[in-house]
Design a protein around this ligand. Structure first.
Ligand SMILES: *[C@@H]1O[C@H](CO)[C@@H](O)[C@H](O)[C@H]1NC(C)=O
Ligand SMILES: *[C@@H]1O[C@H](CO)[C@@H](O)[C@H](O)[C@H]1NC(C)=O
Ligand SMILES: *[C@@H]1O[C@H](CO)[C@@H](O)[C@H](O)[C@H]1NC(C)=O
Length: 460
């Protein structure tokens, strides 16, 4: 009897516990959604935390003051008044070779990042925009580039355009250009100390009919490894000086450090292809993504198994959105892409896009840039996307690579590398999803000076 009573009392108590636990759960869920909601509007100096084991210091919002030169406004006050918005004038300053604040965009020789002075306070720190030297002490020449990680040797290879030559205009209407030097390759174990591995695909000096004749255009080289053929395959944008050829070129090598053998060029699927990238999925299937139809849309399609050609499958995405400079990555089964607008060498606003499948549908989420100041965010920190590198061992954490083009002297263009974090708050809810978040937010955080966290180094 006693025992039964105790039993009943116990049962009653359990029921209470269950009810109160449920109430607690509901409350916690409610609180969680409230906190997330707050995050969503936190553009103003708040910290966005991702749900991944994270690197909180990289997620801090860092403001940046950006003074306009005073003398300029004195020069012609009426012209100053007529100027539409403050940010257009800053872009003009940026594009003006003789701007008094040019050093803010293109810091001079005195502030170089020099890995040979390895033990100082600045060791392993990225300084977006500064001149960055390789282990020989020369400025790194790898523009519009991408990174290949070779797991077996734990080495990163950075491929990019070598623009080490004079900038000129082929004719009045032509955009600024540098003759093709070739594709540079640099190697690194830490993403900071880069050894020059030389030009792994050289421009052509004499044969005028060669795609890579120096008077043509070679942009945005990207390299992926084919597990079946064991070849390193490079895709790039090849064009004539007037950008009318609009084709992709393909080259191949047995080694990451080349030399790469140039195979051929083609218009993928028969369409114009200008800014482009390739993306190797963890399934082993690789894709090409390129700006087409006068840069008004992107095309996306799988490559053949040997990565040397496209298949017949192609989807048009972001139709009418006029995006270029695509950079792709995958996070927890979702595909993400950063793109820029199309304004030539002038910087513009980045957008993040997401999809459940590479072949779409792709949805545009919004501007991923955080911190700095308004004009920084509206110009992708005065730069243009080129690649996104996953940080091994840190799910949700990436390195965002962009180019700060210097149209007056393209060889003196700079690299803007910043942390990119997936997670945390959602972007503005989509109209048809009834307020439920579909995609994790993609955030690129401005930092004047930053380094990969100790935990990342420890994992290397
Ligand atoms: C290194 O940092 C310390 C502390 O922040 C500072 O006192 C020192 O002057 C710095 N050294 C150099 C070479 O910048
Ligand atoms: C580029 O265009 C200019 C002017 O329209 C023309 O004179 C020139 O021949 C063109 N060059 C090429 C390589 O098509
Ligand atoms: C362009 O920049 C390079 C450094 O990358 C420099 O050596 C060269 O003198 C500059 N050219 C001009 C015309 O300013």
């Amino acid at each position: 009897m006693r025992a039964r009573n105790k039993q009943r009392k116990h049962n009653k108590w359990s029921l209470h516990a269950i009810v109160w636990s449920l109430v607690g759960c509901v409350l916690i869920l409610h609180l969680y959604s409230l906190v997330h909601h707050r995050d969503g509007v936190g553009e103003d100096g708040k910290v966005h935390f991702s749900p991944f084991p994270m690197i909180h210091e990289l997620e801090e919002i860092e403001e940046e003051l950006f003074p306009m030169p005073s003398a300029r406004s004195k020069r012609n006050p009426r012209a100053e008044k007529r100027r539409p918005k403050r940010h257009t004038t800053l872009i003009e300053e940026f594009l003006d070779e003789n701007s008094q604040i040019r050093h803010l965009f293109f810091p001079d020789q005195k502030s170089v990042i020099d890995p040979r002075i390895g033990t100082g306070n600045d060791s392993l720190y990225f300084y977006p925009g500064r001149i960055w030297l390789d282990t020989d002490g020369n400025p790194i020449q790898a523009h519009g580039g991408g990174i290949l990680y070779v797991e077996r040797t734990r080495t990163y290879y950075w491929y990019g355009e070598n623009k080490d030559g004079p900038t000129y205009h082929a004719h009045d209407q032509a955009p600024a250009r540098v003759d093709i030097v070739g594709v540079s390759c640099y190697s690194s174990k830490d993403l900071w100390t880069w050894k020059n591995e030389g030009i792994v695909l050289a421009g052509e000096e004499t044969d005028l009919n060669h795609d890579l004749h120096k008077l043509n255009v070679l942009e945005r080289p990207k390299v992926i490894y084919n597990d079946y053929t064991r070849k390193y395959v490079m895709w790039m944008h090849v064009d004539d000086a007037n950008y009318t050829k609009a084709s992709t070129g393909i080259a191949v090598s047995d080694y990451p450090t080349g030399p790469f053998e140039y195979l051929y060029s083609k218009r993928p699927h028969g369409f114009e292809s200008r800014d482009m990238t390739i993306f190797k999925d963890d399934t082993g299937i690789a894709y090409i993504i390129y700006s087409s139809e006068d840069n008004s849309e992107l095309h996306i399609g799988p490559l053949t198994d040997d990565y040397l050609d496209v298949t017949r499958v192609m989807r048009r995405i972001l139709i009418g959105q006029h995006r270029e400079a695509p950079a792709l990555f995958k996070c927890q089964g979702t595909y993400y892409m950063i793109t820029s607008g199309c304004t030539g060498w002038a910087p513009n606003e980045a957008l993040a896009h997401a999809a459940d499948s590479m072949m779409g549908p792709w949805e545009t989420m919004g501007n991923p840039c955080l911190g700095g100041n308004k004009i920084f965010r509206q110009t992708t920190f005065f730069a243009q996307s080129t690649y996104v590198v996953p940080l091994a061992g840190f799910p949700g954490s990436y390195l965002f690579m962009a180019d700060r083009w210097n149209p007056a002297n393209l060889s003196n263009s700079r690299y803007i590398w910043l942390p990119l974090i997936v997670g945390g708050a959602v972007d503005e809810p989509l109209e048809y999803n009834f307020g439920f978040p579909l995609w994790d937010r993609v955030s690129i955080y401005w930092h004047k000076r930053w380094r990969l966290p100790d935990r990342w180094w420890a994992a290397q």
